[in-house]
Design a protein around this ligand. Sequence first.
Ligand code: FCB
Length: 457
Amino acid sequence: MTDLPKTDLTKADFGENFTWGVAHASYQVEGSWKADGKGLSIWDTFTHGGGRIRGKANGDTACDFYNRYDSDTALVKEMGFDAQRFSISWPRVLPNGVGRVEERGLDFYDRLVDSCLEQGVEPWVTLYHWDFPQVLQDQGGWTNRSVLGWFEEYVDVVTARLGDRVKNWMVFNEPCSFVLIGHLLGTHAPGNRSLRKYLAAAHHVNLCEAVGARVVRANVEDANVGTTHVVTPMRTVGNTERDRKAKASIDAISNRIFWEPNMGMGYPVDDAPLLRGIDRYLKPGDDQDIRVDWDFVGVQYYQRQMVKPWPVPMLRGVPWISRNHREYEITAMGWEVQPDGLHEALTRWNSYNAVPKLYVTENGAAFPDHVVDGRVHDSRRIAFYEAHLRELRRAIQDGVPVGGYFSWSLMDNFEWAEGYVPRFGLVHVDFDTQVRTIKDSGYWFQRLLEAKSTEPA
Ligand code: FCB
């Protein structure tokens, strides 16, 4: 194939020990929602019950990764990547959330890790990517402080089994997303719309970052321990005092509340009056117990967020999308394409000086694909990756210590409330037949990463 866009980016630009990976998550790809004794997760009940999901979709089958992990891992390698980031489904391993371990569930992750290692793909494991056990949700989930003990037990079971082979661990995927969207906005599981629940869950999740990191270190020799955060830089049209306050408030509510407590900086209540009630959930000693010495933080970047002043004193600002003001290309998620936001996100995290290393653990885009004669053309996705990798290279040249880059996602999958409509994959999935086809963007990476070409003629 000769018609792929050329690039002057090279693998060498990013340094010798740079990790190139793809990412995905248990609920979005595995399927087999009731197989081998698995318990229900909040996403199983949300998709089958009260949640509003585009196309009434669910993850019952998803990409059938549970049965196809071996050949899917071969695709990771074929495209030239050397790492695969996946997550563990808590209720697959502990159907009741705590107590009895389901060996068949744990065996699945054992086989997946072995498959990665046999094929020369480094496993990067996220302990929690949103599929919380329903039985524990029935007891309040993240809003119940007992979750500290539940989570400790779960992390202990997983790391004790996989820690001899898995060295790279991420405690959470994007606390902002599952706490804020799941507890305050209600459009993700568990579908709550409550300020109190949002604040309680936020504090307990922040404490669980420390619990998780401690257990990983205790069970895994030479562990590389981190977590991941979606980093959404905020911007306003104007630059008045009201604009600045609006921006600071929304930034505190969605970003800083999940980042700064773990660095010993407390909660950003001065900038966000909405957060004042969080004091109610703090116990003596929490300010110490919440601190974490991360080896790395995974920055996940998709878009910037526009904010405008809002005359509600608790909020001061509100996220805002004005289609008339859009100056940027829009993805199938309705997100603005702003590659330099990746540079901004990395630079901002680096300025904290608290974390020795950063990885980009997710970045990617959904666009409509064009399937022609067995080939999948996705030139806009290629342009997206090329532009974002340029910004990443610029950040590295500026001295930001970035150790790797993970594309979201290996393959098209269940995109939460958006169902199967937005396609993020480097590999196209036909959800009727489960046939996989590497897209042009996958071959573009294959060239960049200097892997053996398997491009169709
Ligand atoms: C991120 C999530 C991931 C996926 C991408 C598109 O916020 O971590 O699971 O949904 O967005």
